[in-house]
Each structure stands twice: as structure tokens, then as C-alpha cells.
Design a protein around this ligand. Structure first.
Ligand code: SF4
Ligand SMILES: [Zn+2]
Length: 196
């Protein structure tokens, strides 16, 4: 948990684990995605993915469950997932090892959108908001369809398949930032608006 987070619960004793979080050097707000649709869902999935590589993820998750934190991603779990474990803890008087088992089970059963998974496993965001694709293939299998990186990113943002080919709207060739892409419908609407 990032100690600079303005939303963090402050406790009198700052435990050592907080200084070892994978989020320490990042913007704390990133762990508080807005909304449950794209791009909020993409951000939440990205935050969870970072948490799950964090050396103190279990401790962080258990701490957030114990504190009943109502917002944000902690230890790779969102608030509803933590509430679910907290309810079990109340009902069954779970021990710490029981909570750890529940956290691991929540990670394992976390339903993931294959689009999000493919995007996250190949994309790298730069500090200017552009996103680069890792991998040389021109298309990737996603739930039975072969999609280009641009189509994957576009569908994530718009919640619909791209119409025609996807083009980049920023000045960085190859960028796959979801908000820097346009499909055939977008181009038609833009041209129509320009001509009107
Ligand atoms: S588990 Fe996530 S929120 Fe907790 S310290 Fe690690 S990166 Fe930060
Ligand atoms: Zn871009």
C-alpha cells in the first residue's frame, strides 16, 4: 500500500511491510479506479496484476480485510472481494491462515476478461499515456477470435468490436492506448462532422 496515499488509513505503527509494496513508486490513485466499465475495469485489472506480483500482497490483502477498507484495490482484491472474505471471517471466525487461503482462492477464482488479460500481458504504458505492444505477432487469439493489438485495445474501451481497421489518432505510430484509436465508424463520424 502506497504510504503517500491520501486515502490510506493511518495507523499509529507503520508496519515494515508497507515500505516494500510494489505500488510505492506509483500514483496511489491508480489503486482507486473509477467505475466498473472500461477504462475503470482495465485500470482495476492492471492494479490487481501489479498487486499479485507484490512481495507483500498477502499481508496487504489481510490488512485491508481486517480494516474493512471500503474502497480501492489492496493485495490484488477489490472491495467486493474483500467484503466477501470479511463476511466469511465473521461467520466462521477465520484464523489468519484461513484468511490467507481465502485470499489465494479469490485470486484464483477472479474471473478475468480474456481481452483484459491479453491486453495486460502484452502492453506497456509510457509516462506520456501512450501504450506499446510487446510481441511481434499481428494477431492474437481471444475467446475464439483472432484480433490485432489495436482491435483488442479498441474493444476494451468501446465495449464493441471495431468496425474495419483500427487506426492511431495520436502522433505515435504503433501506439495501442485504447483512447488513441479509431475504427471505421469513428472515422466516418469524424469526416461527417467535419463536412457538416
Ligand atoms: S499488494 Fe498492491 S496495494 Fe498492497 S502494497 Fe502491494 S502493490 Fe500496494
Ligand atoms: Zn498514443
Amino acid at each position: 500500500m502506497n504510504p503517500t496515499s491520501t486515502r490510506a488509513i493511518s495507523t499509529p505503527h507503520i508496519a515494515d511491510w508497507r515500505t516494500r509494496g510494489a505500488c510505492l513508486t506509483r500514483d496511489p490513485e491508480f489503486w482507486f479506479p473509477k467505475g466498473s466499465t472500461s477504462p475503470g475495469s482495465i485500470q482495476a485489472a492492471e492494479a490487481k496484476a501489479i498487486c499479485r506480483t507484490c512481495p507483500v500482497a498477502i499481508t496487504c490483502a489481510a490488512w485491508a480485510i481486517e480494516k474493512r477498507l471500503q474502497h480501492g484495490i489492496y493485495g490484488g482484491l477489490d472491495a467486493p472481494q474483500r467484503r466477501s472474505i470479511a463476511r466469511k471471517e465473521t461467520r466462521r471466525d477465520l484464523t489468519h491462515s484461513g484468511i490467507v487461503a481465502e485470499v489465494r482462492a479469490a485470486w484464483a477464482s477472479d474471473e478475468r476478461d480474456p481481452l483484459v488479460e491479453t491486453y495486460l500481458s502484452h502492453s506497456v504504458q509510457d509516462i506520456d499515456g501512450h501504450v506499446w505492444w510487446r510481441g511481434r505477432k499481428t494477431s492474437y487469439p481471444v475467446a475464439g477470435r483472432d484480433l490485432t493489438p489495436g482491435q483488442i485495445a479498441y474493444e476494451l474501451k468501446h465495449k464493441r468490436a471495431a468496425s474495419g481497421h483500427v487506426t492511431v489518432t495520436c502522433d505515435r505510430f504503433g501506439c495501442v492506448a485504447a483512447e488513441h484509436l479509431a475504427d471505421g465508424i469513428d472515422r466516418w463520424q469524424r469526416d461527417h462532422a467535419t463536412a457538416a
